[in-house]
Design a protein around this ligand. Structure first.
Ligand SMILES: [Fe+2]
Length: 230
């Protein structure tokens, strides 16, 4: 197995490249518009061929690089079934998988931050999108967000073994990796927090609207095609 975690400073977004070491078939998770050359260089460095572009959800803070990457590589686009996206090649539900070479990426629906949020497990690594962040979690105040659903989804992720590695979609504090056990112990939205307390906390965050939401959402609902008038 070959693996790369990439970071876009402007939007604090992680992009992940997963490669089967034997066949060199690759999957990329959550690419960012404007970062295609970086991603293509990473694939080239690993002598890999991109088979799937996978999104953890319809992002509100940046436009996905999926459309441009798809044009450049012919890879297929996949996301969670509850995104309702009509531009993708595969919409994944509970228990569904993507095969790349001999490797398997498992879809884990984790609604709450958005309805279509889906985490993905590859071996002992879980790509948690904006559902579980390091010492935090995704907000639930727009895009069909639901604190109750997010609480249930977090419990679902926390049911994986403590040593499983957590790779989130974002980090704003210079961190890049965690584990299920660390989040159980340290995450202030999880450790010792009841469902009622969690909902109360999430409903009172009073966060500002994401800066790029008005351009990001329409483009991401077209799988990153920002060249069509909204
Ligand atoms: Fe998000």
């Amino acid at each position: 197995m070959l693996f790369k975690q990439l970071f876009d400073k402007e939007t604090s977004t992680f992009t992940y490249v997963l490669v089967d070491a034997a066949t060199r078939d690759a999957v990329i998770i959550d690419p960012v518009l404007g970062k295609m050359q970086r991603d293509l260089d990473a694939l080239k460095e690993m002598n890999a061929e991109l088979k799937y572009i996978v999104e953890t959800h319809v992002h509100a803070d940046h436009i996905t690089g999926a459309y441009d990457l798809k044009q450049a590589t012919n890879a297929k686009f996949a996301a969670g079934v509850a995104t309702g996206l009509t531009c993708g090649d595969a919409l994944l539900d509970e228990g569904e998988v993507i095969h790349f070479g001999h490797e398997v990426l498992h879809a884990i629906p984790t609604p709450g931050h958005t309805n279509g949020c889906t985490s993905y497990r590859w071996r002992d690594r879980i790509f948690t999108g904006d559902t579980l962040l390091i010492n935090a979690c995704g907000r639930t105040d727009f895009q069909e967000g639901s604190a109750e659903n997010l609480y249930n989804s977090l419990q679902k992720l926390l049911s994986y073994p403590d040593e499983y590695i957590v790779y989130p979609a974002h980090d704003y504090n210079g961190l890049s990796i965690s584990s299920i056990g660390q989040e159980k112990r340290n995450n202030p939205y999880i450790a010792g927090v009841s469902k009622e307390e969690f909902i109360q906390k999430m409903d009172n965050l009073n966060l500002p609207k994401p800066q790029k939401i008005d351009e990001s959402l329409p483009a991401n609902l077209r799988c990153g095609n920002n060249k069509v008038a909204a």
